[in-house]
Write a protein that binds this ligand. Structure first.
Ligand code: ATR
Length: 286
C-alpha cells in the first residue's frame, strides 16, 4: 500500500472495533482498484464520541463507518443525514461533502442487495416475517417497505418494542400492511404459513443460541430464510432451513454489500463486490 500526501483516509469508529472485518474488506477493495485511499479502525469510547467526530472533521478524514454503539448517538454530531438514515434513526456511513459531514445508512441497501443476490428474492409484493425490533430490524424494514413489500410482520421478544415500530412505520408506509407478533410458537406458526421470507435480525444464533419457539415447519416449501448472523456461518436456524430444503442465506452478503455501498459513496466508484465478499469469507475462515 502506497501512502502519499494525497492519500484519502477513511475508517470506522466503534467500541470495540478490534473485531471489525471492515478494515480488511475495505482495504482489499482499495487495493483492487489501486486508488489512493486507506481505511483504518478508530476505537472511540461513547463518552468521547462528540470530540472524536470533531477530530475526524478537523483532520480532514474523507469518510467513516459507524458501528456499535454509536450508530444512533452519532447523529447530533453530523451536519445532515439522508432520509433513510432519518427513518432508521441510525447512521452507518459518514461522507464529507464540502465542509459538511453527511450521514447515510447503507445497511438496508446492503440487505436488499444480498436478498436479491443470495436468495434471488424480490421483496416487491412479498410477505415477510421479521424477528427482532432493534437497529438491524429498522434498517431492514425501511428497505423492504421502500422496495414495495406487501406485508411485514414484526415479531419481537419485547412486544411493546415491536409495537412501537409498527406504529411508527405504518404511518410512513401506508401501502404496507404492518402486523405485530410476539415471539411465541402459536402466533408465529400462523405468520410463518403466510410468509414468503423469514428474516432474523436479532443476535440469536450467535454463540450456539437458537430460537426455541419457532415452528419453521410451518413455512411453505417455497419460503426462504435470511439470517443476518454470519458467525457461525450456519446458525441452527439456517441448518434447520437447509435440512428442510429451503433456500437460506446468512448475513455475510449483507455485510459485504453495505460495505460496497459505503465504498461507492466515498470513492464515487463501483465497488469490487466479489473481492470484498471473498475477503470477508477468507477472514472468517481464519
Ligand atoms: P441491533 O442494532 O443489532 O438490532 P439491538 O437494537 O440491541 O441490536 O436489538 C436487538 C434485537 O434482538 C431486539 O429485537 C432484541 O429483542 P428485545 O427488544 O426483546 O430486547 C432481540 N434479541 C436479542 N437477544 C434475544 C434473545 N435471546 N431472544 C430473542 N430476541 C433477542
Amino acid at each position: 500500500m502506497k501512502i502519499s500526501g494525497k492519500t484519502r483516509v477513511v475508517g470506522i469508529i466503534g467500541s470495540p472495533v478490534g473485531h471489525s472485518l471492515s478494515p480488511a474488506m475495505q482495504n482489499a477493495a482499495i487495493d483492487e482498484l489501486g486508488i489512493e485511499y486507506v481505511y483504518v479502525p478508530f476505537p472511540v469510547e461513547p463518552d468521547f464520541l462528540g470530540q472524536a467526530v470533531e477530530g475526524l472533521r478537523r483532520l480532514g478524514i474523507w469518510g467513516f463507518n459507524v458501528t456499535i454503539p454509536h450508530k444512533s448517538t452519532v447523529i447530533p454530531f453530523l451536519d445532515r443525514i439522508s432520509p433513510e438514515a432519518e427513518l432508521c434513526g441510525a447512521v452507518n456511513t459518514v461522507c464529507r461533502e464540502g465542509e459538511l459531514l453527511v450521514g447515510y445508512n447503507t445497511d438496508g441497501a446492503g440487505f436488499l442487495a444480498s436478498l436479491r443476490e443470495d436468495l434471488g428474492h424480490e421483496p416487491c409484493g412479498s410477505s415477510l416475517l421479521l424477528l427482532g425490533a432493534g437497529g438491524a430490524a429498522r434498517a431492514a424494514i425501511v428497505a423492504l417497505a421502500a422496495a414495495g413489500a406487501a406485508r411485514i410482520v414484526i415479531a419481537n421478544r419485547t412486544r411493546e418494542r415491536g409495537a412501537a415500530l409498527v406504529e411508527r412505520f405504518q404511518s410512513v408506509f401506508p401501502a404496507v400492511r404492518f402486523v405485530i407478533s410476539s415471539l411465541v410458537a402459536e402466533e408465529l406458526g400462523g405468520h410463518l404459513r403466510e410468509a414468503d421470507l423469514l428474516v432474523n435480525t436479532t443476535s440469536v444464533g450467535m454463540n450456539g443460541t437458537s430460537f426455541e419457539c419457532l415452528p419453521l415447519s410451518e413455512l411453505r416449501s417455497t419460503g426462504k430464510v435470511y439470517d443476518m448472523v454470519y458467525v457461525p456461518a450456519e446458525t441452527p436456524l439456517l441448518a434447520t432451513a437447509k435440512a428442510r430444503g429451503l433456500a437460506a442465506a446468512n448475513g455475510l452478503g449483507m455485510l459485504a454489500a453495505q460495505g460496497a455501498a459505503a465504498f461507492s459513496l466515498w470513492t464515487g466508484r463501483e465497488a469490487p463486490s466479489a473481492v470484498m465478499r471473498r475477503k470477508l469469507r477468507d477472514e472468517l475462515e481464519k
